[in-house]
Write a protein that binds this ligand. Structure first.
Ligand code: EPZ
Length: 421
């Protein structure tokens, strides 16, 4: 198993370019099944999760080819099975988007139930509620969800929980349903909007994405298209936090500033300088810090609130802030697994159910660190970059799932980091 060796203390300085959004890619690639012909998806991040999804689609019979400019051509016409096995789902839980895509296109889908993971139980009851509302017969037996419908019919659905996955999965199925579907209490994340834009490029009619009511007029014939996905706001936020944590000065290119308002506001509240701009071609955000940050409180909320995926990196940053920060994790019930690792570096953090009290210490010191999930890995990377001395960061396969060329981008900003195979 490879790991990183990081010698902390270097200020990050320079320019970094953000890659395509992982959570948009993981939904848009399965959505390509809904077209009766091939689609070309561009600006894909070269990350493990995209490669796994490519393999799953190929094993199902689709033709999937990477094209030189980090693009992918998906031709669903060869799909010969509508079943996604437990092995596939255990490799990539987001393969559950194939439930909505297969049901919407073929009227049948068989998906192994995804288990929980290190950040929580992650049930899919709202996904299933939506499929049943569209008229599918859904049977869960032996850990497998079987959904079948001779004809899906549009319906009005009210999500009990604001769920990105359920919103997207229901959108995918609703595209194949006769009539109008309305999703109330829908998630508003940028990648929900990106999926809706992709579906509309294929000839679907999805309106209202980005608000909490999405209206899909289904049953339209869809065609292939070419679509470039949005930049990854979580990767961008991670670099913003890393720049602030190392008292650096970093220009982050290829961003959509409105997607980053919550993280920009929180960093500015802590005393970090955040400037938005555009160089005539693309938007950038510049993050500069010369002094110890002030402690701030934060609560994770559905978009446009503070994103849960940046709670962990932000905690690392606040662990040496001046004062006490309260962090409330409202989205996932287990998203504090990185805390024990930060404590090993000298952080002073107390957990009480979903609230973490982070009492700022002068400095963190390097230590052997073990990532438990993707964003815990990002959090420990930030901590190691700001810590005094050497850290070894293990289980970095989690990081490879969601951050493209992470150590290369950090090294280009001055980080002293080495991947040891
Ligand atoms: C997506 O997960 C992202 N993953 C997560 O990113 C992200 O943290 C999350 O959205 C929230 O923004 C992908 O897009 C692949 P949810 P998802 O459904 O869709 C509960 C990362 O690091 N819920 O919005 O699974 C659920 O338990 C990953 O990139 C139900 O109760 O998240 C959670 O408490 C981690 N029933 C809350 O809703 C359901 O049917 C939000 O989950 C579905 C969800």
């Amino acid at each position: 198993m490879s790991h990183f060796i990081i010698n902390g203390g270097n200020r990050l300085e320079g320019v970094v370019t953000i890659s395509g959004a992982k959570n948009a890619a993981l939904a848009i690639i399965p959505a390509a099944i809904l077209a009766g012909e091939s689609c070309r998806i561009e600006n894909l991040p070269a990350i493990e999760d995209v490669r796994i999804l490519e393999q799953i689609l190929i094993r199902m019979g689709a033709t999937v080819e990477f094209t030189p400019d980090q693009g992918m051509r998906v031709d669903p016409r060869g799909i010969s099975t509508h079943s996604v096995t437990f092995e596939m789902v255990s490799l990539l839980r987001a393969s559950y988007y194939l439930l909505g895509a297969l049901l919407g296109r073929y009227g049948y889908a068989e998906i192994a139930l995804p288990g929980g993971c290190s950040i929580g139980q992650r049930p899919i009851d709202q996904h299933i509620k939506g499929m049943r509302a569209l008229g599918a017969e859904v049977v869960i037996k032996g850990g497998v969800v079987r959904a079948q419908a001779s004809k899906l019919k549009g319906a009005e659905i009210y999500l009990d929980v604001v769920s990105v996955g359920a919103t997207i999965n229901i959108m995918l199925a609703a595209v194949g349903a006769e009539g109008v579907t309305i999703i109330n209490n829908a998630a508003k994340e940028p990648h929900v909007v990106d999926v809706a834009n992709f579906l509309n490029m294929m000839g679907a009619s999805v309106r209202g994405a980005g608000t909490d009511v999405i209206r899909i007029a289904g049953g339209r014939k869809l065609h292939g298209c070419t679509y470039a996905i949005i930049p990854d706001q979580i990767e961008a936020g991670t670099f913003m936090i890393a720049a602030a944590a190392t008292r650096g000065d970093v220009v982050i290119n290829n961003v959509i500033p409105t997607h980053l308002e919550a993280i920009s506001a929180k960093l500015m509240e802590s005393g970090v300088r955040v400037i938005e701009g555009d160089d005539g071609r693309e938007f950038f955000i510049r993050v500069t810090s010369q002094s110890r940050p002030r402690a701030v409180n934060l609560k994770t909320l559905p978009y446009p609130g503070f994103p849960t995926d940046l709670q962990q990196p932000m905690m690392a940053f606040l662990s040496t802030a001046a004062g006490n920060s309260f962090i409330v994790e409202n989205i996932f019930e287990e998203r504090f697994n990185h805390v024990s690792e930060l404590r090993r570096m000298g952080a002073n953090i107390t957990i009480n159910q979903r609230t973490a009290l982070v009492e700022g210490v002068e400095a963190l010191s390097g230590a052997p660190l073990y990532a438990s999930d993707l964003r815990a890995g990002a959090s420990l990377m930030v901590a190691a970059l700001m810590g005094e001395g050497k850290s070894e960061l293990h289980n970095i396969h989690y990081i490879d799932r969601g951050y493209e060329f992470f150590e290369h981008k950090l090294r280009a900003l001055g980080a002293d980091i080495l991947r040891v195979e």
